[in-house]
Design a protein around this ligand. Structure first.
Ligand code: BGC
Length: 380
């Protein structure tokens, strides 16, 4: 397809996929990101560039920060898959600076990018640049985090965020054997940045599992801090997590009270918690959850300072996003498998959800090494 045709097609595609198209494709895609490659095996995709219309078209990829290992991997994986597919790529990281991310998106639109993949820092701060992108006829895929309050968003590609929380909550239930013991066990709760829509799902998913045990009295929260607001950690900051954990230890555990479990929505927060515990808690390490399988957290899992981490294989999500982009430029149905869960305030955004799994000391070799995600040397 010549460039102009591609632009026409994108223009016609305009707003988001219709419910009918999405629903039809739901059937085809059901489980596409789930059981057929189990969420962590990189799917071998044959990027046959003779069969698509990439034609060197430039795709804008806006990622939030290089500070966290996962976003670096996300960016690199999307870029390499897109290049293999015959696209050129403008990949930008915004250093967690919302003004900079706006500028980067504006520049991508000025350069003529007609498809944008955006991992937003704060999904509510991009309205102006997204409006401009929409006016220019760009198709926008919200990546990993849903961009809220903008009708410029066409698709959402992510891992099943609710399931992330469910797996974390269930891990705590199983590790403490809450079904078969009376407890009570002490737990503290941490989630991530209040401006990240994902936290509603991470925290919500975990609390759905934990709440019955709290109601039953098997789980007790000595601090009483239980709302998402009380438990959030601005910017997913390791330092802020350390400070909050230190404060909790000082105020509620300095009489020798045992801390049995800490729910943490991700690894950068878990690192801060583990640091505070190492220095200021005398008892055995509590059950501690995480997410991303960042190297430092996997090392903590191996040394007993963290219990598990959710593994979201960035290779999988990247290849799924490239499938979506190929479908867009080829005029095919765009693969989505959820058309009910993610409303960004302007309506439901057709979503492609991949299944997360968890890694812990028992299964990390299979999940992280055998899948080729890390080498054993990297975890030393
Ligand atoms: C992502 C997590 C990540 C966190 C902090 C969330 O939106 O889904 O994987 O740990 O942001 O960057």
């Amino acid at each position: 397809m010549k460039k102009n045709n591609l632009h026409n097609r994108l223009h016609k595609l305009g707003k988001r996929a219709t419910g009918i198209a999405a629903a039809a494709f739901l059937v085809l895609m059901a489980g596409a990101c789930g059981s057929d490659f189990e969420g962590y095996i990189d799917e071998e995709i044959d990027y046959d560039t003779t069969e698509n219309n990439a034609n060197g078209e430039k795709i804008g990829v806006a990622m939030p920060t290089k500070d966290l290992q996962r976003w670096v991997q996300d960016g690199e994986n999307i870029e390499s898959h897109l290049r293999e597919s015959g696209f050129t790529v403008d990949l930008q990281y915004a250093n967690d600076d919302t003004a900079l991310q706006n500028e980067q998106i504006n520049a991508m639109v000025d350069e003529g990018c007609k498809i944008l993949v955006i991992g937003a820092i704060d999904g509510t701060t991009l309205t102006d640049s997204l409006e401009k992108a929409k006016e220019a006829g760009a198709v926008i895929i919200s990546y990993d985090r849903l961009i809220m309050g903008s009708d410029a968003i066409n698709y959402y590609a992510t891992f099943d965020n609710q399931l992330v929380g469910t797996l974390q909550g269930q891990y705590i239930v199983d590790a403490l054997d809450l079904e078969n013991t009376d407890g009570p066990y002490n737990i503290e709760l941490f989630t991530g940045s209040p401006d990240d829509n994902n936290c509603n799902f991470f925290f919500g998913g975990a609390m759905e599992v934990l709440q019955p045990y709290i109601d039953e009295g098997k789980l007790v929260i000595p601090s009483g801090q239980v709302s998402k607001e009380d438990c959030s950690i601005k910017g997913w900051s390791t330092d802020i997590a350390t400070k909050r954990m230190n404060g909790l230890l000082k105020e509620y555990y300095n009489d020798g009270k045992k801390l049995d479990a800490v729910l943490s929505s991700n690894d950068s927060v878990a690192l801060g918690i583990a640091d505070a515990l190492s220095k200021n808690y005398k008892g055995d390490f509590p059950v501690l959850t995480g997410q991303d399988c960042d190297i430092n957290s996997v090392k903590n899992i191996l040394s007993g300072k963290q219990s598990m981490s959710i593994f979201k294989d960035t290779r999988t999500l990247a290849s799924k996003v490239v499938e979506m982009i190929n479908a867009i430029v080829n005029g095919d149905e765009v693969p989505v498998n959820d058309t009910t869960s993610y409303d960004n305030g302007t309506g439901i955004i057709p979503s492609l959800l991949c299944d997360p799994v968890f890694a812990d000391k028992e299964n990390y070799e299979e999940i992280l090494l055998d899948s080729g995600y890390y080498t054993a040397d990297q975890l030393k």
